[in-house]
Design a protein around this ligand. Structure first.
Ligand SMILES: [Zn+2]
Length: 425
């Protein structure tokens, strides 16, 4: 319509024309008013905590690392009839506090311990790592079933979004150390089939795949980063769509894995070394490798709440110190590469003000005070980890079309050499 075309046919009186405008305007005003009530009817709180709770109601927290399974193993011998997650538990985790904290999902860590003396110098000693990992997977699934009105077992980013839309807590699983693989990519593939969606390349010990970062100081390097078998592990995890988790690993392992991975990576529960010179913390140059710029790899660094990582003076650590960690990681990587990996039920001390799962909104409130936007909070809370997982799913879909399962073996194993050891049928 030309700019000067009349709205009503010419020749109508001014009054009729005015009535015509009103007739047109009334339904428009009604529609706008209805939309206004729908969108703005519930006025947003003005205090940071109220705002944090309101925002998280729509984009809840997806925590990268919760140690409930090992807590239950140590406290109750994995017997799910001996406690009630619907009531207050003695640790940091139970259903009422998950709900109060606006938790929408988390990775259940199906962790078993590593000990160098158990595994031996070549990591070949028989161990119960695989049995114990299966027991932890069984425990996690038993708890998800027992509280099926709360938890929903998920294996994909979209599955998590759907579960959250239904009001359920999306439940992923991750293993915390490649020592849990029994030196076998076949075991990795079976964990994937059981629903495991991330594997940390090491815990605090070196293993057949990679060197660990240890705790405050790294153990002596066995491989100088990834072993040749470790590079094969990275490739196979990319092909499967299992996220490579670089918490706990040595600096060289992290650098090599980030370069080698064709898929986005994660650090499920890590702090920045900038604040505390522990080898378990992530150095700046590794943070700077994570991103979507040239030469970078997409990923998410999920911030650990453990006060001993956050500061050389753990007693001083409160909400602000954890927010400092987040802001610092953002300064190195941008807002699209940070998340929350509290380590609840796996840490023996907690920051003041972030004592348990009910307290996530207090951390978000601190970030709101610092100027974080609703969109940035949504990415931190759960958007980034789900994007990263979805990225790994896409890479796997492409790789699976052209590659079958890896036949790589740990070269120190002799039991898979074939040939029946000279025996003839
Ligand atoms: Zn850990």
């Amino acid at each position: 319509m030309p700019e000067n075309a009349p709205l009503l046919p010419s020749g109508l009186s001014e009054r009729r024309r005015a009535r015509g405008y009103i007739t047109l305007l009334v339904p428009v005003v009604l529609v706008l008013a209805t939309l206004g009530v729908l969108i703005f009817g519930k006025r947003e709180p003005t205090d940071p905590l109220g705002l944090a709770q309101s925002w998280l109601d729509h984009t809840p927290v997806v925590d990268g690392h919760i140690d409930l399974p090992i807590y239950v193993r140590e406290m109750y011998g994995n017997d799910v009839t001996k406690f009630d997650l619907g009531k207050k538990m003695s640790g940091h985790v139970d259903i009422p506090r998950m709900r109060a904290g606006r938790l929408g999902g988390f990775f259940w860590s199906v962790y078993t311990d590593c000990h160098e003396e158990i595994d031996g110098p070549d990591f070949l000693n028989p161990s119960h790592h695989v049995r114990d990992t299966l027991e932890q997977i069984d425990l996690a699934r038993n708890l998800m079933d027992r509280y099926s009105g709360t938890f929903e077992f998920v294996t994909t980013a979209q599955g998590a979004r759907d579960a959250m839309a239904r009001g359920r807590i999306a439940s992923f699983m991750g293993i915390e150390g490649a020592h849990q693989l029994g030196n076998s990519l076949g075991v990795l593939r079976q964990y994937y089939r059981l629903g495991v969606r991330y594997a940390t390349l090491t815990h605090s010990c070196n293993n057949a795949f990679a060197d660990s970062g240890g705790y405050d100081k790294p153990p002596n390097a066995t491989w100088g980063g990834l072993s040749p078998f470790g590079f094969e592990l990275v490739k196979e995890m990319n092909r499967l769509g299992m996220l490579i988790d670089l918490s706990h690993v040595s600096d060289n392992t992290a650098r090599q894995a980030i370069k080698a991975s064709k898929a986005p990576i994660m650090l499920s529960h890590s702090a920045a070394r900038h604040f505390n010179n522990f080898s378990r913390n992530v150095p700046d140059d590794v943070l700077e490798m994570i991103g979507r710029g040239k030469g970078q790899t997409d990923g998410v660094v999920m911030v650990n709440f453990f006060p001993s990582f956050a500061s050389p003076d753990p007693d001083s650590v409160g909400v602000a110190a954890i927010a400092d960690q987040i802001d610092y990681i953002v300064s190195k990587t941008g807002h699209h590469h940070v998340g929350i990996g509290s380590d609840f039920d796996g840490i023996d001390r907690v920051p003041k003000g972030l004592e348990d799962m009910s307290k996530y909104p207090y951390l978000i409130a601190e970030l709101i005070r610092r100027g974080w936007t609703r969109y940035q909070v949504a990415q931190l809370a759960g958007g980034n980890i789900l994007r990263v997982l979805e990225g790994a799913e896409g890479v796997a879909a492409r790789l699976k079309r052209v590659k079958g399962p890896s036949m790589a073996k740990y070269d120190k194993r002799r039991d898979l050499d074939g040939g029946w050891g000279g025996f003839e049928l």
